[in-house]
Design a protein around this ligand. Structure first.
Ligand code: FIX
Ligand code: ZN
Length: 435
């Protein structure tokens, strides 16, 4: 298993893998190959063990996930203000009682917790919380990570790392031991979206920048990015952008992207990941759960891909209405890689729709999914859901290909699954960047 995970992603075809599959054999072959191909999870909010308490895991963290907090506030009379005064364990107990006992856990996020309990052979009835706490309390995090990644069928976890985060940045400045399966990403939201609130934090790290992001600031930000790239060895730079994102424009955000971030990405040979369409904090009372979605004008992306052909753009869009446009733009620009069904579109009914049109329009030249996991064990259900939802859609593509006159073999299926969930990512980002 280890060599498969780390070596080139090509799999050794078995004896009969070149034999054409019958229409009835295709779904089983797809499900089997999908289950046995380790996935590279290209976007998460997980941390390697070296980041200590930043790494969230265990039942209380699973229950207080912001997806569940959003659902809690629809089913409880408790105010958010009161909820935030509770301890983590009291919050978890309220969510368990409200969403898993007093109501049936049928939403995608509540079903996820049930699936995690099942994966560890834990009960899911009313008293499950105590038993789950005892179970997770007995795990050593290091070995637990290995088991969770095995259960999820993933080989690599790509983190989200913020050089201005007050808890995380000091750890990097002290020096963080690398981990072979966790890869860093240089996340730039505070710099690109909240410059007025965070330029002083950049200055405090020793870079002479100013509130207007003047020309001097631009070269200093490039120095900042180069220093952090040396420190983190990121596999890409990233930023989420609002639905109002416009490019080109004379906003600080657009200027920093054009004059600092894109040149640095070219110099460092790193893709830039743009996650477009979030409306931050439409309801700040519920904190992380308070973000929403808006349809973006993707002409900004068109301009970026056309005007910066030397840059690679890894893009995910939050609005359902933007998905088709993203697919079409990917047919126009080969420096654009669509990835994932992000956040509010990460529900089976919409993942089906998005994945079907991407297969029809892009073949296997996209990255279908990422987990966006914030709590370690979430990768178990998020990837089980992805395999369950996408395998039949892939199988349908092969049934149609076979019906159209070209037989399909296990070799075909293995090559496509490997490309979709491994080599597209490996080609776009150098996962073994340790020099
Ligand atoms: O910007 C992002 O990376 C988003 O994924 C997060 O901000 C969001 O809170 C989330 O967890 C979505 O699943
Ligand atoms: Zn995310």
């Amino acid at each position: 298993m280890a060599t498969d995970l780390l070596g080139p992603s090509a799999q050794i075809p078995s004896a009969n893998s070149g034999t054409p599959l019958s229409r009835l054999e295709i779904p089983g072959a797809v499900a089997e190959i999908f289950a046995s191909t380790p996935i590279i999870d290209i976007h998460t909010h997980l941390f390697a063990p070296a980041f200590g308490k930043l790494s969230l895991w265990g039942i209380d963290e699973l229950l207080t996930y912001h997806y569940l907090e959003a659902e809690l506030f629809r089913s409880t009379s408790m105010t958010p203000e009161h909820y935030w005064t509770l301890s983590k364990s009291a919050q978890a107990e309220l969510i368990w009682r409200t969403l898993f006992v007093e109501n049936t856990p049928i939403s995608e996020a509540t079903r996820g917790v049930i699936a995690v309990l099942k994966a560890f052979g834990l009960p899911a009835d009313g008293n499950a919380l105590l038993e789950a706490r005892a179970f997770f309390g007995n795990q050593s995090f290091e070995s637990h990570i290995g088991r969770v990644m095995q259960l999820a069928g993933i080989s690599d976890i790509i983190m989200t790392n913020d050089p201005l985060d007050p808890d995380e940045a000091p750890l990097w400045l002290q020096g963080v031991a690398p981990h072979s399966q966790f890869h860093a990403v240089l996340r730039l939201d505070r710099i690109l979206n909240l410059w007025s609130a965070h330029w002083q934090a950049v200055a405090a790290q020793g870079y002479s920048v100013d509130a207007n992001a003047s020309a001097k600031s631009i070269s200093e930000i490039r120095r900042f990015l180069a220093d952090w790239a040396k420190r983190m060895k990121p596999v890409y730079m990233a930023c989420s952008l609002p639905d109002s994102f416009a490019f080109p424009s004379d906003s600080i955000n657009a200027r920093l992207i054009a004059d600092a971030v894109l040149p640095s990405c070219r110099e460092l040979d790193l893709p830039l990941s743009l996650m477009i369409g979030v409306r931050k904090q439409v309801n700040p009372r519920i904190r992380l759960a308070g973000d929403a979605v808006g349809r973006a004008n993707l002409e900004a992306l068109e301009n970026l891909c056309r005007d910066f052909p030397e840059n690679r753009f890894l893009v995910s869009v939050l609005s359902r209405e933007n998905q088709h446009e993203l697919c079409v733009y990917a047919r126009k620009f080969n420096n654009l890689m669509p990835f994932g069904c992000w956040w509010f579109v990460n529900n089976a009914s919409i993942v089906e729709e998005i994945t079907r049109e991407r297969l029809e329009m892009l073949g296997s030249s996209f990255i279908p999914q990422h987990s966006d996991a914030r709590v370690l064990e979430q990768v178990i259900y998020k990837w089980a859901n992805t395999r369950r939802t996408i395998a039949p859609i892939l199988a349908e593509s092969y049934r149609l290909l076979s019906a159209d006159g070209r037989p399909v073999t296990r070799i075909d299926i293995q090559r496509d699954v490997t490309r979709l969930f491994r080599s597209n990512a490996e080609t776009w980002m150098d996962l073994r960047r340790r020099a």
